[in-house]
Ligand binder design. Structure first.
Ligand SMILES: [Zn+2]
Length: 57
């Protein structure tokens, strides 16, 4: 299981999940959340790096 907390990338946001089945799925879930909840249509490279670091394998 793979998890992610939005606040770990510096967002003031309570979104988190713990049940992604792979790192790839976690990245997809985080990207979808960023788009829907934060209006980030394209993840910039610095944020992508933070997301990668925040994903708990
Ligand atoms: Zn968020």
């Amino acid at each position: 299981m793979t998890g992610f907390k939005c606040k770990d990338v510096g967002m003031n946001c309570g979104f988190e999940f713990k049940d992604a089945t792979s790192r790839e799925e976690a990245v997809q879930l985080a990207a979808t959340h960023a788009r829907v909840a934060h209006g980030i249509a394209i993840i910039p490279p610095d944020l992508a790096a933070k997301v990668q670091a925040a994903i708990k394998a």
